[in-house]
Write a protein that binds this ligand. Sequence first.
Ligand code: AHR
Length: 498
Amino acid sequence: MKKAEIIIDKNFQVGKTDKRIFGSFIEHLGRAVYEGIYQPGSPFADENGFRKDTLKLVKDLNVPIIRYPGGNFVSGYHWEDGVGPKADRPKKVDLAWTVVETNQFGLNEFADWSKKAGSDIMMAVNLGTRGAEDAKNILEYCNLPAGSYYSDMRARHGYQDPHNVRLWCLGNEMDGPWQIGHKEADDYGKLAAETARVMRMIDPSIELVACGSSSAVMPTFGEWEYTVLDKCYDEVDYLSMHQYYNNIANNTPDFLANNLSMDRFINDVIAVCDAVRTKKRASKRINLSFDEWNVWYHSKEADKKLPKWVQAPHQLEDIYNFEDALLVGSLLITLLRHADRVKIACLAQLVNVIAPIMTSDTGAWRQTIYYPFLYTSLWGRGDVLQTIVKSPSYESCYGDAPYLDSVLVMDEENGTLTLFAVNKSLDEEMEISCDLRQFAGYRALEQVILTHDDVKAVNTEENPDNVAPKNVTPAQPDGGLFRTVLPSKSWTAIRFGK
Ligand code: AHR
């Protein structure tokens, strides 16, 4: 059996979790919107056409903010096509995903749906084919009280009160050659600054996210961040990060070590943000919005064979297995460990498209990755403690990878402490210990474990609980020392309190 020690001190804190790190993403892509969250005529639809079964699974996840409407989609999108009487809305080609967009669902429907889901909106503006003028228009439509051209248009569309969207993305992945309206860093930085200034004239209270690199392996990574921020540092609040992970090499130990590459990516982006801060002698810090992250690779071959210019095809429908859930658990631990700088993060995406939730005409079910996200979202809010992990490790393609990933989050208001842990050993249990004497009188209240014999096990509509968490009776601290044994290849959350 492997052994590891976790060291904490309640006074040594990384920072408070910003609840928005448990955000997600709905793009007009594949069956995320149509058949995912919106399916009028379905036996599961409510009076608005929203799927009640999906809504329940989303609400359970407690997702505080959802990015919309893209993604690559936004870079060619005309938001006006998706508002007003549905009969008048045009069917348009979507160049990003080579499909036809019916526009039967648009920003007002998304605002209604988000309210029902209990989530705020993180809205992206089109800086691919459009610019500052259009960003002003959509912001006016969303946030100004009636009395101007676009706010009156919203009122005519049945929404007297503003949607009051607080968080806005200045485009999407503008560094990527695949992006409609892809730009050089200098040009994008100037456009982001100009757009931000115009948007703040309409609503100075909004927060703005500039595009960072679309992954850490982009050839322009680093230089892109520096150049963009050099142009728009004063105008924006966050820089975006995107990264998807894969196990194409079918090497589980290497795959499970991907949280090290996420950690390095975050540290590198912080370094660039702070380098620009130094150069500008600025007092403000730019924080990070990791607004697309997940595992994505299972569906890539199938997607190449899909027909073009159809409506809502089965695109990016990754079926997640158990090892994906372990990595998602580790990635969430990494995000928590950076609570001081990562203020927003979006699991991309939420329904059907690289998503924790799947739907068919006959129901909705949870993929494996649903569970670590669920419990981290529910129990990961509070003060993240600096968590020192002394663990045996293995050699991975990202360097020395500890078998144990772990973090503790203290919620003083509710008097709880939660330990999240992943044992990456594929064949050995691990005894972990943690000195909890500073938490006098705390007992282990509940423990949830996600484990499976087969790392490739999946959930399907026919067998939706194949990979599902189990509640177990937790071990108890003894004289303040907590010890327990984690199964091999497992994700665990243990909640302590009085
Ligand atoms: O989430 C799927 C796609 O991945 C998004 O549209 C894009 O931003 C990224 O490349």
